[in-house]
Design a binder for this molecule. Structure first.
Ligand code: M6R
Length: 379
């Protein structure tokens, strides 16, 4: 039931701190310390899944595809494993050349998405009668271990988010992100690509995230609701981000378009000048995700300034106390100052709330948007 919330989507947004806690409890060894010889992560996956791993390919659709893009970033940057992410509907009809020692991951919260299942079945089939190094190694990341996905793949990571009713995925997305952080940490630990210090820092940062999400929900929801009122008649939105927050720009745009029916696009901020900047004027707000700490911060701010010069209203998802950002942005959706590598788990929260409140204000059926179904079981 909705437990006093107006829509399931809002209830599910509020469940996210708890979901992150549950996932971390399930995946992390709480008594890990760099000196005690235990691995930091326990996903209950057999070692042969990882042996001699040369590449990872991920197939997914929609929001699960966005989580997979964050996953690619983590698997490559933390564990050093070349990773591709493909739309399941494309992968199936243009499969990449067979490479040895490949882990194929299917990401689907429902475990019933026809395109994702078909892509995985195709991969399993074409690898079956191959020499040992080409044999299928399939891993599913899902919120429904009892689903059709569970029957197709031999190994699963359960995302423990609880049933999600709103068609727009929120808490299952956050849970997929946590699963990818833990998978990447597990691989990094086994392959020794991270120092004990960096490992500890990331693990510590992960544990702080639930409280940081709670802060955003407590402090900002009312403000975002008010901000959303100003955008009920807006026709186009652009979301920009770089690096690990580029997929969050895509996700912010998808959330907005699917429940509010407002046209929205997400772009890697540096791509704006190669075409999309021509769309900008005073009628097209730009939401920029700018997390301090790396080179992406300065770059996003300068991309945001280019948008401002075209009269776009600028909304910044950025920590509050950053003087420079406060001057550039017309409105702020402040998030906690977290390490850039962990930031997607906080930066997506205000974007979910923004999409929710714009759609709710427009009087739309937030939980059951037109033309969409919770599980897309047709190709
Ligand atoms: O169940 P899945 O994760 O496989 O679903 C994939 C997409 O259909 C899904 O993420 C869709 O994009 C959502 N409505 C997004 O909010």
């Amino acid at each position: 039931e909705k437990q006093g919330f107006r829509h399931f989507m809002l209830k599910e947004i509020y469940e996210q701190p708890g979901v992150v806690r549950t996932c971390l409890e399930a995946y992390l060894n709480s008594d890990w310390h760099s000196s005690n010889g235990k691995p930091p992560v326990n996903l209950s996956l057999p070692a042969e899944l990882y042996t001699d791993l040369e590449q990872i390919q991920i197939v997914a659709c929609g929001t699960s595809w966005h989580a997979s893009l964050v996953g690619k970033y983590l698997l490559e940057q933390l564990a050093g494993i070349p990773t591709t992410v493909q739309y399941a509907s494309e992968f199936r009809y243009a499969p990449p050349p067979l490479m040895p020692n490949t882990l194929t991951i299917g990401v689907t919260q429902s475990g019933e998405t026809a395109d994702t299942l078909a892509a995985l079945a195709m991969e399993k089939e074409r690898r079956m009668n191959q020499p040992p190094q080409f044999k299928p190694r399939l891993l599913g990341i899902t919120n429904r271990p009892e689903s059709s996905l569970g029957l197709l793949v031999s190994h699963l990571i359960d995302t423990h988010a609880g049933i999600e009713i709103g068609v727009a995925a929120t808490k299952t997305f956050i849970a997929q992100l946590v699963a990818f952080y833990c998978l990447a940490i597990d691989l990094a630990y086994r392959r020794q690509t991270l120092s004990a210090d960096s490992l500890e820092k990331i693990l510590e940062g992960l544990r702080l995230l639930p409280a940081e999400i709670e802060m955003i929900l407590e402090v900002q929801e009312r403000y975002i609701e008010e901000l959303a009122h100003g955008f009920v008649d807006t026709q186009d939105f652009i979301f920009i981000g770089r690096g690990i927050n580029y997929p969050i720009a895509l996700e912010g745009a998808l959330k907005l378009k699917e429940i509010s029916y407002i046209h929205a696009e997400g772009y890697p901020a540096g791509e704006m000048k190669h075409g999309p900047i021509a769309l900008l004027d005073a009628k097209v707000p730009v939401v920029a995700i700018a997390m301090p700490g790396g080179v992406n911060y300065e770059k996003v701010l300068s991309n945001a300034q280019e948008a401002k010069a075209r009269d776009s209203q600028l909304i910044g998802v950025t920590p509050k106390d950053e003087g420079e950002a406060a001057e550039i942005f017309d409105r702020l959706l402040p998030v906690a100052m977290v390490d850039e590598i962990l930031s997607p788990i906080v930066t997506v929260i205000p974007l979910q709330l923004l999409a929710y409140h714009i759609a709710a204000r427009r009087g739309l059926d937030v939980d059951q948007p037109r033309n969409l179904a919770k599980s897309v079981t047709v190709e």
